[in-house]
Design a protein around this ligand. Structure first.
Ligand code: AMP
Length: 396
């Protein structure tokens, strides 16, 4: 896989698609710069190899309209600080003025283009627009894993205008290498924990993973659809009644493929969906009417512990419960801690595609797992076994 470290860019303009879609406060200040920080090694490698980066991104959802609220100028200063170089801002992402600016870049300068989503042509995947964007670079680098599942002009369509002069940035390369490591792992047992709210949103992930696993832990709200399908009483817990048959089908397929399924045996139940709710613990198949399971119970965690500690590869997607409420965070927190312990024993662990990433960050565990994915939706589609247009465009 070709990345920015393998190319000499001497004196060339390198057009890099990054994901600077950072959260902004009411005062338009960056509240979390993780995504900017993530691309710094890519941009530094381009400069170290003699290249002049021309950076393009989307920010927010301007829906094809120029809107100062979504200007990349909000990112300019932070980028300059992190890169320790001068960052020029173009007032557009296409056009002769922008192209000229890219050609006049000096060493130790970079150009930041204005929001590509100020044009509807970006999300439409318009090839004329992509061609105009392409005039701003001699090479094309894609480092925006978060949008790799979209066939947009700047993330996929543009690649055709660069022949062999294109490659992955370091963020993209790391995502691909790490997810592939899990999907093709021979370090067994391989365990996936799939949690979160709904079965419907994780169905394709479950089906694709079944061929690759020894253990599948079904957790969070989606577990109750499985428990109800097996005849359990789940009270007012989250259930998707349209998916009861599908749940049974997944359990049967798992059995045929020799995958051990782990469903929660007990849950911490709430009288209402609130952090201040009254609580009680019960078996997951006999939750009283009026109560809803909002977290994994203590027995469930005890049973999972040896499975996770013996695993050599772990993929974690989706929380064990409503971890946003401190009353119901224990299951997610405990599983994060056990995965961290397993990682210390040599297990390769990856967290991604959903709220489990927010959870490991919230509990300060991000440094204690092997890899945390940055792209939620893109990671989910990758785990579903789909071909991502942003990856495909570079490889072709
Ligand atoms: P997802 O985006 O599918 O990974 O779902 C994450 C969301 O699922 C989080 O916001 C959790 O609060 C929610 N969740 C996890 N467990 C439950 C549960 N038992 N009941 C309701 N929501 C849950």
């Amino acid at each position: 896989m070709k990345t920015v470290s393998d190319i000499s860019f001497e004196g060339k303009r390198v057009l890099v698609r990054v994901d600077f879609n950072v959260p902004l406060s009411e005062e338009l200040q960056i509240t979390d710069d993780t995504r900017i920080k993530a691309t710094i090694p890519t941009l530094k490698a381009i400069m170290a190899n003699g290249g002049r980066p021309v950076v393009m991104s989307h920010l927010g959802r301007p829906k094809g309209v120029v809107n100062p609220k979504f200007s990349l100028k909000h990112v300019q200063q932070r980028l300059a600080q992190l890169m320790d170089c001068e960052v020029l801002l173009a007032n557009d992402c296409i056009g002769s003025v922008v192209e000229q600016l890219s050609k006049e870049l000096a060493n130790n300068q970079m150009l930041l283009l204005e929001n590509v989503r100020f044009y509807n042509e970006e999300t439409d995947g318009d090839s004329e627009f992509a061609k105009k964007l392409a005039l701003n670079g001699d090479y094309y680098v894609n480092d925006a894993f978060g949008t790799a599942h979209r066939a947009h002009a700047s993330t996929a369509v543009i690649a055709q205008f660069f022949g062999d002069s294109k490659c992955f940035g370091k963020v993209m390369a790391a995502e691909i290498v790490n997810v592939e490591k899990v999907l093709k792992s021979k370090d067994r047992p391989v365990t996936a924990i799939v949690g979160g709210a709904k079965v419907s949103s994780k169905l394709a992930v479950l089906e694709n993973l079944l061929d690759r696993l020894d253990h599948l832990v079904i957790a969070g709200g989606m577990a109750f659809t499985f428990i109800k399908a097996k005849g359990g009483k789940v009270g007012n817990s989250l259930v998707e009644d349209d998916y009861l048959a599908t749940a049974l089908d997944i359990l049967q397929k798992a059995e045929e493929k020799g995958v051990t399924i782990h469903l929660p045996v007990d849950s911490l139940n709430a009288g209402s969906f609130s952090n201040e709710a009254q609580t009680m613990v019960s078996a997951t198949n006999s939750i009283p009417d009026g109560w809803m399971g909002l977290d994994a119970g203590p027995k469930t965690i005890e049973e999972l512990k040896p499975v996770l500690l013996e695993s050599k590869t772990i993929l974690w997607n989706g929380p064990m419960g409503v971890f946003e409420f401190s009353t119901f965070e224990n299951g997610t927190k405990s599983v994060a801690e056990i995965i961290a312990q397993s990682t210390e024993k040599g297990c390769f662990s990856i967290v991604g595609g959903g709220d489990s990433v927010a959870a490991v960050k919230q509990f300060g565990m991000a440094e204690r797992v092997s890899y945390v994915s940055t792209g939620g939706g893109a990671m989910l589609e990758y785990l579903e076994g789909k071909t991502l247009p942003g990856i495909e465009a570079i490889l072709n």
